[in-house]
Design a protein around this ligand. Structure first.
Ligand code: HQG
Length: 179
């Protein structure tokens, strides 16, 4: 399996559905690496510890982390299951960005950005990254600029995952501008 496919598979297991290979995540979102390898093997895929190490090291978005002795692994962000990855609360840059599809705009401009199935709304530090997020899906892209400075001044909390993604609970429409 190439690095990209393995990354997608690990994202499914470590963010959303560990039960598909019969494993559990702990409260911190960690999977035991031996359990993970056994579970993957049971599911019929041939993945080694070295393959997992390669994904952690080379993944384009640094989506996964090991603990210090590499006995545990977790996703850095993007979960739909309720885990606590010890996100750092942080003052955001003045502006953040969110890439989506034009077809979501009416609802977003009415309700704001909602976390949908994930634990947080995901925001990007730059427009280029937001464009990439939008282009994951088929349809006309739309980028919103988020007035993070104003949100922060108004008491909204922001977090940054260890791989640099900005997260918050909800972005009300008044802080959003189409760009
Ligand atoms: C949209 C990937 C209608 C929202 C990316 C998005 C990211 C609304 C979709 C990370 C809405 C949720 C997350 C509302 C939000 N009405 N639609 N009120 N509020 N939406 O996948 O931000 O590559 O959960 O705009 O790079 O697309 O997997 O969030 O289109 O960082 O590591 O509802 O996932 O990271 O979709 O992506 P998602 P997202 P990875």
């Amino acid at each position: 399996m190439d690095v990209k496919s393995l990354s997608k598979f690990l994202s499914l297991i470590l963010r959303h559905k560990p039960e598909t290979i019969g494993i559990k995540l702990d409260a911190g979102g960690w999977a035991n690496v031996e359990d993970l390898l056994r579970g993957i093997k049971r599911s019929g895929k041939n993945i080694s510890f070295a393959d997992i190490e390669k994904v952690v090291a080379e993944n384009d978005k640094q989506r996964f982390s090991f603990n210090a002795d590499k006995t545990k692994i977790r996703a850095n962000q993007g979960h739909s299951i309720n885990v606590d990855v010890e996100l750092q609360e942080k003052v955001p840059p003045t502006k953040l960005f969110h890439g989506t599809l034009e077809k979501n705009s009416a609802s977003i401009e009415r309700e704001g950005l909602l976390k949908m199935s994930r634990l947080y709304v995901h925001l990007s530090a730059d427009i280029e990254t937001a464009e990439k997020v939008a282009r994951r899906r088929k349809g006309t892209s739309l980028i919103y600029e988020v007035d993070a400075a104003e949100m922060s001044a108004d008491g909204f909390t922001f977090y940054q995952s260890v791989n640099g993604v900005w997260l918050t609970e909800h972005v009300p429409p008044k802080y959003l501008a189409r760009i």
